[in-house]
Design a protein around this ligand. Structure first.
Ligand code: ZN
Length: 94
């Protein structure tokens, strides 16, 4: 039997998403990026809430058979990013 340690929240499943995040390929803006929060890595898709240069964004990691695709949400003001993050965790944003 395999035991998995669960760290961080899990995104709610089975909820109809009402907000579509405009995921884009990450661009190097030269800003120092720090992680504020991250969803549990037991899922194939992991989301991190990141802060950089006074703005915040969400980074999505999708593991497809070992190939990890990385995408970033738009960089926005922290208050706006935290709203999107909450919405994402509740399953309202995708
Ligand atoms: Zn987990």
């Amino acid at each position: 039997m395999t035991y998995v340690d669960h760290f961080g929240p899990h995104r709610a499943l089975g909820v109809k998403a009402i907000h579509k995040i405009r995921w884009r390929k990450p661009t190097d803006r030269g800003a120092t990026i720090r992680e504020r929060a991250s969803t549990c890595s037991c899922r194939a898709t992991v989301y991190s809430l990141l802060t950089a240069g006074g703005l915040m964004f969400i980074r999505r990691f999708v593991d497809e058979d070992g190939e990890v695709e990385v995408r970033d949400s738009p960089w926005v003001r922290p208050v706006e990013a935290e709203e999107v993050w909450e919405s994402l965790l509740k399953g309202h944003a995708v």
